[in-house]
Ligand binder design. Structure first.
Ligand code: FE2
Length: 179
């Protein structure tokens, strides 16, 4: 009987899931780990952005509520592409919220009230964190000549930086030069 590991980061998938690839086993292992970590953070960031969309309050309610909805949708749209990239490489990806919780490096925010500006600043920092992780993963792609993942990440880095820009501008204090 084939032993199937329960460990989600396992590089070698169970035989029926072992998608053929010309990439080395080391490349598949490292890309799988990097992409699954990014995927977990992407889910965590999607949920936190949605959480703030639901719980934002104050005089900028409509603007912030709508911007956070747009951002959470855009973040969610990348999850399927990240997960399927792992499967194209022959790795396996996350299977549950429980696994995401173990892999995520973004901190959840379960506070009962967060002031609106703090929400935007926290999300700005989280998006910067994700962009940095994507850049690291991109470097790994170069090392392994994984141009398929690299081109995907280039688009996602740009989208993440766009979110950071919007969050930065929206969270600036009105009438002042202070960032
Ligand atoms: Fe909504």
């Amino acid at each position: 009987m084939t032993k199937v590991s329960k460990f989600p980061m396992r590089a070698k998938a169970a035989p029926p899931l072992d998608t053929p690839t010309d990439l080395s086993t080391k490349a598949v292992t490292q890309m799988t780990q990097a992409l699954n970590a990014l995927l977990a953070d992407t889910y965590a960031l999607h949920f936190k952005t949605k959480n703030f969309h639901w719980h934002v309050s104050g005089r900028h309610f409509r603007d912030y509520h709508l911007m956070l909805d747009e951002q959470s949708d855009a973040i969610f749209a990348t999850t399927d592409q990240l997960a399927e990239r792992v499967r194209k490489l022959g790795g396996t990806t996350v299977r549950s919220i429980g696994q995401i919780g173990k892999l995520q490096t973004i901190k959840d925010n379960n506070e009962s009230y967060v002031p609106p500006r703090e929400m935007l600043r926290e999300l700005m920092e989280d998006n910067k964190h994700v962009a940095a992780a994507m850049r690291k993963a991109h470097k790994l792609c170069d090392d392994h000549e994984d141009s398929g993942t690299a081109s995907l990440l280039e688009v996602f880095i740009d989208e993440t930086e766009r979110r950071t820009w919007f969050l930065f501008e929206a969270s600036r204090q009105e009438g002042g030069n202070e960032a």
